[in-house]
Design a protein. Structure first.
Length: 451
């Protein structure tokens, strides 16, 4: 029989590590456990010891790894959640070699308020509810010109992104504990999202793939931290940027790593001495390509069902950025290109793709034909299984096709036959940008029938 010391409170990511802010009013609890203690029993004991009502609150158990383990890991390693019997057993095993306390986070079941939100809502953050995530119209134009000055009142909000869609809320170190003066319920702050945003932070010694990669990161940082910078010096061998507000201490200096194109941060002063209102009054970096990167990295997917209005809404909720439909449309196009690549890169990757198909399906017949200028003409693929099965099919081949709606149009044709059981058997497919491609297709079909 062992004893676990449990404390109640809230995990917060501060600077570069996770800290557990203990609710001292609730006190510590000593919970007797053994190897046979089930996860459900543990949860029940915590509910009982802290006198919590299951109908109204959820609890989450977690712990931070011991000092020895943390020395081998990065400082931003998040706390370990306990969600089942196996994870609880791991916690017990670590207890034997290290002094670890069990951290209990309480979440309100009815309106998903954490203790943190309750405290914040009791601390007169009225502007939080008024602004409703609308920071400003960052830039309507691709050149980054800003407009809609009247929304600048919300600039003072340092981003601490919360739960569902990541609304921007003021960063206030919460007092842990329950206040009876809880106001309108806000969504829960997701530690994960906050941690993801913190991953944008820059530090001295950090190396980037290239100068442009560093500049992209800087632009993303300006959007998340709501400021802008001026380039003081920029050559292939040096980049110096500083906060656009005169006299502010924020600055960054980076230069290449030895003879490689990689850029390393040599000097970085991350603290601003300017006022929040002043520094956030300008942001020229929120171009569609940067917003597209932020969208893909921190928000969501780019499936065909995602519309510009979704992008507009989620960026507004997550970063407080207001934009018009066409800006959202361009952002979505950039995000899609980042995820899927461009139409041109798709054609460029075809030889590699065909090679991989042949590697995975030996015996597959492929043909990629380009014109004298190396431009794509047509592509033919017949998988090995289709080639081997083709002689045993009924002697009728059905060819069907569709027009491609991408940037370069073209036609996609597929040939299929029926087996003895009247089931459809695919034989080959081809894509062509020349018209008509049917003759080419028939000749290739003839080829595979002799293989
Ligand atoms: Zn500044």
């Amino acid at each position: 029989m062992e004893e676990v010391i449990a404390v109640c409170g809230q995990w917060l990511f501060e600077k570069d590590k996770w800290l557990f802010h203990v609710d001292s009013r609730r006190g510590s609890k000593v919970i007797p456990v053994s190897d046979k203690t089930r996860f459900e029993d543990m949860i029940n004991m915590v509910y009982e010891d802290y006198r919590l009502d299951k109908r109204h609150v959820n609890i989450e158990l977690s712990y931070m790894l011991g000092r020895k383990s943390l020395m081998k890991l990065t400082r931003d390693t998040p706390p370990v959640k306990i969600g089942n019997f196996r994870q609880l057993q791991s916690f017990f095993r670590l207890l034997q070699s290290d002094k670890i306390r069990l951290c209990v986070e309480v979440t309100f079941r009815d309106n998903m308020k954490t203790m943190k939100q309750i405290n914040q809502s009791g601390c007169n953050h009225d502007e939080d509810s008024d602004t409703d995530g609308e920071r400003f119209d960052y830039c309507d134009d691709s050149d980054g010109a800003t407009s809609d000055d009247e929304n600048f009142i919300a600039y003072g909000l340092v981003p601490e992104v919360d739960t569902e869609m990541g609304k921007v809320t003021p960063h206030v170190k919460p007092k842990v504990g329950i206040s009876s003066k809880s106001k309108k319920a806000k969504a829960v702050t997701p530690h994960v999202r906050q941690q993801q945003l913190n991953s944008l932070n820059i530090f001295v010694g950090q190396s980037f793939e290239s100068k442009s990669a560093l500049k992209t990161r800087l632009k993303m940082l300006t959007i998340v931290q709501q400021f802008d910078y001026d380039v003081e010096y920029s050559t292939p061998d040096l980049l110096i940027v500083k906060c656009w507000v005169q006299g502010c201490s924020w600055r960054l200096r980076a230069s290449p790593t030895s003879d490689t194109p990689r850029f390393t941060v040599r000097v970085y002063v991350s603290d601003h001495t300017c006022s929040i209102t002043e520094r956030s009054a300008r942001c020229r970096q929120a171009t569609p390509d940067i917003l597209g990167s932020l969208y893909t990295d921190f928000i969501g997917g780019v499936e065909p069902t995602v519309l510009p209005s979704h992008v507009k809404q989620s960026l507004n909720k997550c970063f407080g950025i207001k934009m018009d439909y066409w800006k959202a449309h361009r952002t979505l196009m950039c995000a899609r290109e980042l995820v899927r690549g461009s139409a041109e890169s798709g054609y460029q990757d075809l030889p590699v793709y065909l090679h991989m198909i042949k590697e995975a399906n030996p015996g597959t017949f492929t043909r990629l034909v380009v014109d004298s200028s190396d431009r794509f003409k047509y592509l033919f693929i017949a998988f090995d299984a289709s080639i081997k099965g083709f002689p045993f099919m009924r002697k009728v081949v059905v060819v069907d096709g569709t027009f491609l709606q991408g940037k370069y149009k073209g036609t996609l044709l597929i040939a299929s036959a029926q087996d003895g059981n009247f089931q459809i058997f695919p034989i080959a497919l081809t894509e062509s940008v020349i018209h008509p491609s049917l003759y080419v297709f028939q000749s290739f079909l003839g080829v595979i029938s002799f293989i």
